[in-house]
Design a protein around this ligand. Structure first.
Ligand SMILES: CC(=O)SCCNC(=O)CCNC(=O)[C@H](O)C(C)(C)COP(=O)(O)OP(=O)(O)OC[C@H]1O[C@@H](n2cnc3c(N)ncnc32)[C@H](O)[C@@H]1OP(=O)(O)O
Length: 389
């Protein structure tokens, strides 16, 4: 019989990690890897499914924060390390873990990166943000004009110390962005060490450091040099443009690849916008509204007549109910609903990646007043996180 427990015994964290890594078809952590991973385990946030004394399934979360439309920063659980031992799958182990995790999360919202698109909808997660992978033909990439500030290369030790501070100082503004926790930076450092040739540059403008970029170049067997941008954070348009100028003018680079917000205006930087080609669009943010009333109150709304939305949530019935959403905010009401939506799809529209009208067109929600609901939930910027976990 499956039993779900919160792990408190540090010795079990490594077994937890081994089960998760095996589920992902990776080897258990080496002693060296474990030294890096170990501090990322946060007490009270590590769940395991047991058969007797053996761990057969895993789930955990990291404490973070999330930007919602309007700019408020909400406490957020970053869900990760979900896995079930291959000899125990399709017997309800993940379902038991998800039920326990959702009922005990300390934060009103959770997000995750899904290994497969079919897993999380049934647990109330909606596809709430996507990225596009672009490839830039670096040989033809010309950005007219000069740098306005300075770009300097950091050694690894300086980068390790400076980047978390700079990320914090730059702050979070775009809906979907999340705060980075200490364990995230430790894993990032580890990945960079593994990659060896990762390089970090920092931009400074009139007020000091205001952006950074981490990239690495790999050489193919045809001697093509492909640069991938792994982290790109900026405080203002000058930092963003200067860092693009820097990276596009690097010698011995044929191709640049990066995952971007759907609406990032990178093509407009280049003399020839065709040097930027979208290779792929992929789901990034899966979002679960854990506390619907709190989350509906946390974001701002556009201008439209109020709409009453009925929310259905099988796993967390405290969220069931009708909410009147207007330009002034959201509140629980007893009035008849204009439209009814399951909680996973409310998660999908929450940050503004999709709309009520689009979901209605696919027959996934029913109701009237779709145009007003769209206008209320409309956002000026597409959601994008840019922090992989
Ligand atoms: C945030 C992250 O960590 S993402 C990483 C997720 N982990 C992985 O991808 C590792 C490899 N996969 C696994 O470990 C497991 O297959 C899991 C965790 C995805 C699923 O665990 P299980 O214990 O098999 O799930 P469980 O038995 O509770 O299934 C619940 C339902 O979801 C369905 N389901 C579960 N996983 C999948 C899947 N990968 N594809 C399609 N359907 C699935 C089941 O069929 C079941 O449906 P039903 O209720 O209609 O019968």
């Amino acid at each position: 019989m499956t039993e779900i427990r919160v792990l408190t015994d540090e010795a079990q964290f490594r077994a937890h990690m081994s089960v998760f890594r095996r589920a992902m078809h990776w080897s258990p952590p080496s002693d060296e890897q474990w030294q890096v991973i170990r501090p990322s385990y946060e007490p009270d946030r590590v769940l395991a499914a047991f058969d007797g004394d053996e761990i057969i399934g895993t789930a955990s979360s990291f404490g973070s924060s999330l930007v919602v439309p309007g700019g408020a920063l909400v406490p957020h659980s970053a869900i990760s390390r979900v896995g079930v031992r291959a000899d125990y799958t399709r017997r309800g182990v993940l379902s038991a873990l998800m039920r326990e995790q959702l009922s005990s999360l300390p934060d009103p919202v959770a997000t995750l990166r899904a290994s497969e698109g079919r897993i999380y909808g049934r647990f109330g997660y909606g596809l709430a943000g996507r990225w596009r992978t672009v490839e830039i033909d670096a040989r033809r990439a010309v950005i007219p004009g000069d740098l306005t500030g300075r770009v300097r290369m950091l050694d690894q030790d300086t980068a390790d110390k400076l980047l978390p501070e700079l990320h914090e100082a730059i702050g979070l503004t775009r809906p979907g962005q999340i705060g980075r926790w200490a364990g995230w930076w430790a894993r990032q450092r580890d990945r960079k060490t593994e990659a060896e040739n990762s390089v970090t540059v920092v931009h400074s403008g009139p007020d000091g450091d205001d952006g950074f970029l981490t990239y690495k170049v790999t050489t193919t067997k045809d001697f093509d040099h492909e640069l991938s941008i792994e982290d790109f954070v900026w405080a203002n348009d000058d930092a963003w443009r200067d860092l693009w100028i820097y990276v596009s003018r690097l010698d011995l680079v044929d191709k640049i690849e990066i995952d971007l917000a759907l609406d990032e205006p990178v093509s407009w930087l280049f003399e020839d916008p065709r040097v930027v080609r979208t290779k792929d669009v992929f789901d990034e943010i899966w979002l679960r509204l854990v506390d619907v009333p709190r989350m509906l109150s946390a974001r701002t709304y556009g201008v439209a007549d109020p709409v009453v939305i009925e929310v259905r949530d099988e796993l967390l019935p405290a969220n069931d109910g009708r909410y009147r959403v207007s330009p002034d905010g959201a509140e629980r009401v007893e009035e008849p609903a204009d439209l009814t939506i399951p909680v996973d799809l409310l998660g999908a529209v929450y940050l503004g990646d999709t709309t009520f009208s689009q979901l209605a067109a696919t027959r996934r929600i029913e109701g009237t007043r779709l145009a007003d609901a769209d206008a209320l939930f409309a956002v000026p910027q597409k959601p994008f996180c840019g922090t992989f976990f």
